[in-house]
Design a protein around this ligand. Structure first.
Ligand code: BEZ
Length: 211
């Protein structure tokens, strides 16, 4: 069965470009992103892994470790990294898992046979410090992902895990948040001393509490 939000992210041992790791142990107490790409030495994937490498400091600032995976072997990953570094003007600085046995791809349901029976689709799993899945995304091979969107979602996930707020459509870090409906008005006054803007009884905004 496909993995759902709130499920524990399956643990596994894998060979990666940075050595063999046990996934949960490698994640430690922080946040994680596991994302798959269809194949090495392909153009869209090359740009995606380059984009991820360039955002290293942004992921680190949020205490997020990133690991990529494809069903290609380790030797291909190492050769391809040289191309990524050369063409994308960066240094790949995160592990790429070699999954020729499809262990990880199967555990995370990353092969969608009606799209492609061999290659992984572009899956993304955001994993919280509790090892639970907080976000899933699935993109087709033809569409590269937006890695700034992943940072935006992580900002929202980290904020909403600490405060009783949710984030509205197209929210970005620093913008007003929505007070969750479970918080009643009298409690909201105490919890959100920066102020409350009531548009409707169920639609109440407050400045981002941790800013
Ligand atoms: C790519 O990364 O460019 C790609 C991979 C598989 C199918 C189509 C495009």
């Amino acid at each position: 069965m496909a993995l759902r939000l709130g499920d524990i992210a399956p643990d596994f041992t894998a060979e990666t470009t940075e050595g063999t790791f046990r996934f949960h142990e490698w994640l430690g107490d922080g946040w994680g992103i596991l994302f798959s790409h269809p194949a090495d030495y392909t153009p869209v994937c090359t740009t995606e892994l380059g984009a991820t490498a360039k955002l290293r400091s942004e992921f680190a600032r949020r205490n997020v470790k990133v690991a990529a995976v494809s069903v290609d072997p380790l030797a291909d990953h190492h050769g391809w990294i040289k191309d990524i570094n050369e063409t994308q003007g960066t240094t790949v600085n995160f592990p790429i898992i070699a999954d020729p046995s499809r262990t990880v791809a199967t555990l995370y349901d990353m092969i969608h046979p009606n799209a492609d029976d061999k290659a992984t689709v572009r899956s993304v799993f955001v994993i919280g410090p509790d090892k639970k899945i907080k976000l899933t995304l699935t993109y087709p091979a033809s569409t590269g992902r937006n890695f700034l969107e992943l940072l935006r979602v992580i900002d929202s996930l980290q904020l909403t895990s600490k405060y009783r707020v949710a984030t509205p459509a197209d929210w970005k870090d620093g913008e007003d948040c929505i007070i969750t409906p479970a918080v009643k008005d009298p409690e909201a006054e105490t919890l959100f001393p920066k102020g409350i803007r009531r548009v409707k009884p169920y639609l109440r905004y407050t400045p981002q509490p941790n800013r």
